[in-house]
Design a protein around this ligand. Structure first.
Ligand SMILES: Cc1cc2nc3c(=O)[nH]c(=O)nc-3n(C[C@H](O)[C@H](O)[C@H](O)COP(=O)(O)OP(=O)(O)OC[C@H]3O[C@@H](n4cnc5c(N)ncnc54)[C@H](O)[C@@H]3O)c2cc1C
Length: 536
């Protein structure tokens, strides 16, 4: 056992953790330690936009969790990729830059999270951002996080967007501007056609700081708590167990699965569950690991009449070699983009106030998408992926065992209510309407999945139960707010424990209606700012 002391210790170098460690160390006043269980982000596929199909299954940089059997999904165990490297999931995600709906944050405020309404969070989105289109009311420049347009227009995306317009969905040039609803191209967290993870954005510029230490291969196993105050962290390395002490605070940023797991291992969680696991209860906080939200998706795929999809690339060595050369020499071609160029936000019911559906337009179709491989169909194809953004189901993250290195037990409650299924049924019908429009006539051939014979509501629900999966946007397992259903207060301090905060996607009181990386980076920015205020 060795010991050393820092002002702040952050566990988890993900979307939030990198932002927090970099901001806390910026002034040079505090000694900061960032602990990351995974390795450095040297795997080349991390940095190539199209490489995310590779990092999706790579065990050296991905936790590769899976759920418990899901009762509403035929007891299937769903694959849960999560980044395990510097940058966390921002190093393996799809790079789509979306903030959610302004009203989502106003809802957080209405739930008691003062300081988290849209007007209060917008400055942190802007502070983080370096927007390629320049500065405006909604966007910032000069921040560490590069946000870029797609490298070019794409024939299939253009046709799909024209079809959306023919189906009555208006074009939206900026999903992160005044309006979220509509169809358009996605912007991505990339810079000069390379992935711009939070490791790139926040850690790389901070590397030379003498007061920031980054330890990789350092798996936090316990927050050390004395007299209801966090005093340090115990962690596991290949060389053995280590202990570090925090003079000021410990911040847990392990993500929506990792953070509740670490709190529970530290004796903070539902007392009965901790006792079952043989873990001494430090404080009974029932909401730790409860209230887990996620987005849920299903997919519809079509054969494409033109050999312009990523299937055609993956299925041809000459095309792959040519794409690799183009990317290596000029940073152009299919490898320079993320393959999900466009999408749309809409409402499953016109009476809703905010979009509850996102439909991603993928320029590929898959025969298999599992924890071991992503395999395209042996012919040209494309996919529309409806995502339910506001599901009613809530899940849990619990310990599988007291072994801190064991994966957590994750149980979702997808398709809990009638609304959950109705929303996806409406999305499936909308996808078919879009694909039937004249603009896609020269592209869309047979519907591969679910296939035109899947027509009745019952048959479609059966298809969703058999094939629907996590959209990899878990949140809210250490929810912010006041009262028994929450874990942290609006300054992200764990209720009843001094010197301990949680800051990552797990603190969202409710999942936002859009992708979760940008909101989590905003959470990291705001957490660091509140910590520096409190320290002053
Ligand atoms: C395949 C995939 C595709 C996605 N696509 C998009 C997208 O296109 N756009 C978008 O906005 N969002 C996307 N997301 C979601 C988004 O990336 C996440 O919501 C976001 O990165 C979560 O940030 P976080 O800080 O909460 O957790 P993470 O970024 O996952 O960070 C947690 C970090 O903590 C580390 N850690 C965990 N436990 C410990 C421990 N005990 N000790 C030390 N370190 C620990 C992990 O290794 C990791 O580095 C995607 C996610 C995945 C997995």
């Amino acid at each position: 056992m060795t010991q050393d002391t820092f002002d702040y210790i952050v566990t988890g170098a993900g979307s939030a953790g990198c932002a927090i460690a970099a901001r806390l160390s910026e002034q040079g006043k505090y000694r900061v330690l960032l602990l990351e269980a995974g390795p450095r982000d040297t795997n080349p596929w991390i940095h190539i936009p199209l490489g995310f199909a590779r990092t999706y299954v790579n065990p050296t940089i991905n936790w590769k969790f899976e759920t418990q059997p899901q009762p509403q999904l035929k007891n299937r165990q769903l694959y849960l990729p999560r980044g395990k490297t510097l940058g966390g999931s921002s190093s393996i995600n799809g790079m789509v830059y979306i903030r959610g709906n302004h009203a989502d944050y106003d809802e957080w405020r209405q739930r008691g999270c003062e300081g988290w309404d849209w007007d209060s969070v917008l400055p942190y989105f802007r502070k983080a951002e370096n927007q390629a289109r320049g500065e405006d009311e909604f966007h910032g420049v000069g921040g560490p996080l590069h946000v870029s347009d797609q490298p070019s227009k794409f024939e299939l995306a253009e046709a799909a967007l024209a079809a959306c317009e023919q189906a009555g969905i208006p074009r939206n040039p900026d999903f992160n501007g005044a309006q979220q609803e509509g169809c358009g191209y996605y912007q991505t967290t990339t810079n000069r056609r390379r992935r711009w993870s939070t490791a790139k954005a926040y850690l790389e510029p901070a590397r030379g700081r003498a007061n920031l230490e980054i330890r990789t291969g350092a798996h936090a196993t316990k927050v050390l708590i004395e007299n209801e105050r966090a005093i340090g962290v115990e962690y596991h390395t290949a060389q053995g167990r280590r202990t570090v002490l925090a003079r000021r605070e410990v911040v847990v940023s392990g993500g929506a699965y990792g953070s509740p797991q670490l709190l529970q291992l530290s004796g903070l969680g539902p007392a009965g569950h901790l006792q079952d696991m043989g873990i001494p209860v430090v404080k009974d906080i029932p909401a730790v690991g409860s209230n887990l939200h996620d987005h849920f998706n299903t997919t519809l795929s079509w054969r494409c009449a033109k050999a312009i999809t990523l299937n055609d690339l993956e299925n041809s060595w000459p095309k792959k070699i040519s794409a690799a050369i183009r990317y290596a020499l000029f940073r152009t071609g299919p490898m320079a983009s993320n393959g999900v160029h466009a999408g749309l936000f809409t409402r499953s019911d016109p009476r809703l106030e905010r979009p509850d559906l996102q439909i991603n337009i993928f320029e590929w179709s898959t025969l298999e998408r599992s924890s071991t491989r992503v395999k395209p169909h042996p012919f040209s194809g494309f996919t529309l992926m409806p995502v339910h953004l506001r599901p009613d189901g809530r899940g849990t993250v619990r310990l599988n065992s007291p072994d801190p290195l064991a994966p957590p037990a994750v149980l979702f409650d997808y398709l809990r209510t009638d609304y959950d299924t109705r929303a996806l049924l409406s999305a499936i019908r909308l996808c078919r309407t879009i694909v039937a429009q004249p603009a896609l006539r020269d592209y869309a051939m047979d519907e591969i999945s679910p296939g035109v014979t899947t027509e009745s509501d019952d048959a479609m629900v059966e298809y969703i139960r058999q094939t629907g999966v996590s959209n990899q946007h878990p949140t809210s397992s250490c929810a912010m707010g006041h009262g028994p259903n929450t874990v942290v207060d609006p300054r992200l301090r764990v209720h009843g424990i001094g010197g301990l905060r949680v800051a990552d996607a797990s603190i969202m009181p409710v999942v936002v209606g859009g992708n979760t990386n940008a909101p989590t980076i905003m959470i990291g920015e705001k957490c660091a700012s509140m910590m520096l205020e409190d320290a002053a």
